[in-house]
Structure formats: structure tokens, C-alpha cells
Design a protein around this ligand. Structure first.
Ligand code: NAD
Length: 309
């Protein structure tokens, strides 16, 4: 299994480390327009590989070097500076994706390649990459709200005193400020959230819910304030998505992919079954009227931003 990573900054490097540590790939190639940075990352990661799985890691000087890749991960482009939103990156990163996708497509097998998008604003970049690549939407996948969902599960787990593994919960919609926490579909150990909280005597008041929503939506801003960028969480999320594809696991992940018809075409995150062919099925989770309306608003924001590029 050969994987290519385009853009080897903080995120691309963390992705390479996490992917390498799965033991599922035999070769990782790194491309960055800053070739010195890519070579240095390949060198460092190559040294790390001697302590773990035997993975060949090489920097490539041009896109011919990605030939034979089964999965291409796009992690290039500007990141948020403190105080910036993901949408502030729109025009700059649209140019980056316009530069990258045609070159990638000229060097991969369009019948089998899967593109994984990480660049923000994520959902708009998925729509753009799908259009430019002409690949079936199921094979152009953004990490979407996988990270937001992980953040929600972590916060809930700490508050409820159970492992995140025992919590099924989804953040859906935009990977951005309009993301929606789908409280209605949360289950803990098979029980609805309210039932679970009642049984363990942990009150989940409106104020507690609002605080959780705030912390989930602002997690990236807090991390960027503290360490300049986010990378470990997204590195692990990409490796988990890649593992789900390589092993054809059919797990349900909140990834972003283009779906809908006519005026409703949009890429946003919903719980989706993911396997070797990419997204297999999209689920419509249980939602309250308020959550459905927030999801529609989130979709409109993504569509409006797509129209601007
Ligand atoms: P960074 O500045 O550390 O690295 C970006 C790299 O992209 C640089 O090495 C740069 O040379 C390279 N690059 C830029 N344009 C390129 C091009 N046209 N071709 C090839 N390489 C190019 O940034 P980062 O912190 O690694 O973030 C990368 C992207 O990931 C940002 O858009 C960031 O917002 C996004 N991100 C997404 C998530 C998510 O959940 N989806 C999480 C964290 C970061």
C-alpha cells in the first residue's frame, strides 16, 4: 500500500507519523512545494521508522513521484493564525487545491485512488477537489467533523465517568463554526443520553450542554492560541480514516463528502459507512427540529462559501 501526502507542514508531518504507526502501509511519499521541508521531514520520519514498522518514506521532487499511490492525502495550505476562522483561509486555500488536484490526477489511477482532504475550510475544499478531480464523490473524502466528534466524545466521557469508546455521538454539518452537535442521537452504553444521565445521577442541564457546545466548537481556537496550530488530533483522525478504508472496515465515521442533488449539492459531515471504496452509505441521524434547522443553516453556509471561489 503506497500513500502520498501533499503538504508536509505541521499537519502533514503528524499525518505521516500516525499513518506510519498503523503498520498498514509499505511506502509513504511526501510532496511539498517547499522541497527542503519535504526532504527534511522524510529524513526525520525515516529515522523514526527504524524504531517501528518498516516503512519506506521518501520526499519526491515532483508529482511523478506519487505514481502508484492508492490514497492521496491533501494537507497543504495556510493554517489559521490566532483569531482567524477557517473561512478566512478560503481564497488562499482554494488556489492551493486548484494547483494540487489536477497534478495529482495526472499521476494516479482514477479508477482506484481515494483522495483524503484535510485542508481548511474543509467542506468547501472537498467540493472543489471533487469537481476538479471528476472522481466519484464517494472517493473524495474530507476528515470533516471526525475531530469535532472525537472532541465531543472526550468531553462527554470525562463528565460522565465512562470511556469515550462507550459513547456514540456525532458532530455533523460544517467542520467549522456552524457545526451541529446532534444531542438527539447520543447513546451511552446503548441508553439514550438523558436516560444514562438519570441512572448515573449526573445532571445534564442546559448550561452544561451549552458549555460542552462551546468547548467543542472552540477547541481548535484554544489549541492554536496555546501551541500555534493543531496537528496531533488530525493526524490520528486521518490515520483512523485511512485504516477504515484499507481494512474495508465499514465503520461509521462523520466524514465530509459531496452528496445531494440540484440546489442541495453540498459536502458536509454526516455519519457515513466507510470502506475500501470510500463512502458506502450516508445515514440520516435522529435530530430534533432545532438540530435539523441548524444542519440546513450549516449546509447553506458551506454552499455560499463554495459559490465565492
Ligand atoms: P503549515 O503551514 O504547517 O503547512 C502547510 C504546508 O503546505 C507547508 O509546508 C507549505 O509549503 C505547503 N503548501 C502550501 N501550498 C502548497 C502547494 N500548492 N503545493 C504543495 N504544498 C503546499 O500548515 P498546517 O498546520 O500543516 O495546516 C495545513 C492545513 O490543514 C491548513 O489548511 C489547516 O487549516 C488544515 N487543518 C485541518 C484540520 C481538519 O480537521 N481538517 C485540522 C488541522 C489543520
Amino acid at each position: 500500500m503506497k500513500i502520498a501526502i501533499i503538504g508536509v507542514g505541521s499537519v502533514g508531518s503528524a499525518v505521516a507519523t500516525a499513518v506510519k504507526n498503523t503498520g498498514l502501509v509499505h511506502e509513504i511519499v511526501l510532496f511539498d512545494r517547499d522541497s527542503i521541508r519535504a526532504r527534511a521531514a522524510a529524513e526525520d520520519l525515516g529515522h523514526a521508522a527504524t524504531f517501528g514498522f518498516d516503512v519506506k518514506i521518501n520526499a519526491v521532487a515532483n508529482y511523478r513521484g506519487i505514481r502508484g499511490s492508492d490514497i492521496v492525502i491533501i494537507a497543504a495550505g495556510a493554517n489559521q493564525k490566532p483569531g482567524e476562522t477557517r473561512t478566512d483561509l478560503l481564497q488562499n486555500n482554494a488556489e492551493v487545491v486548484r494547483d494540487i488536484v489536477p497534478r495529482v490526477m495526472a499521476n494516479v489511477d482514477p479508477k482506484r485512488v481515494i483522495l483524503i482532504l484535510v485542508t481548511n475550510p474543509l467542506d468547501v475544499m472537498v467540493m472543489l477537489a471533487q469537481k476538479l478531480s471528476n472522481l466519484p464523490p464517494a472517493r473524495v473524502i474530507g476528515t470533516g467533523t471526525m475531530l469535532d466528534t472525537a472532541r465531543l466524545r472526550t468531553i462527554l466521557a470525562r463528565g460522565l465517568g465512562v470511556s469515550p469508546q462507550s459513547i456514540h455521538s456525532y458532530v455533523i454539518g460544517e467542520h467549522g463554526d456552524s457545526s451541529v452537535i446532534d444531542w438527539s442521537s447520543i447513546t451511552v452504553g446503548g441508553l439514550g443520553l438523558d436516560d444514562f444521565c438519570h441512572q448515573v445521577k449526573v445532571p445534564l442541564t442546559t448550561t452544561v450542554r451549552e458549555t460542552i457546545e462551546y468547548r467543542v466548537r472552540n477547541a481548535a481556537y484554544e489549541i492554536i492560541r496555546g501551541r500555534g496550530a493543531t496537528w496531533d488530533g488530525i493526524g490520528a483522525a486521518v490515520a483512523d480514516l485511512m485504516k477504515c478504508v484499507i481494512n474495508d472496515e465499514h465503520r461509521i465515521l462523520t466524514v465530509s463528502t459531496v452528496s445531494g442533488t440540484g440546489h442541495n449539492i453540498v459536502a458536509m459531515s454526516l455519519p457515513r459507512v466507510v470502506g475500501a471504496d470510500g463512502v458506502i452509505t450516508t445515514l440520516n441521524p435522529k435530530m430534533s427540529a432545532t438540530e435539523s434547522s441548524a444542519l440546513r443553516r450549516s449546509a447553506r453556509i458551506i454552499q455560499k462559501n463554495f459559490a465565492k471561489i
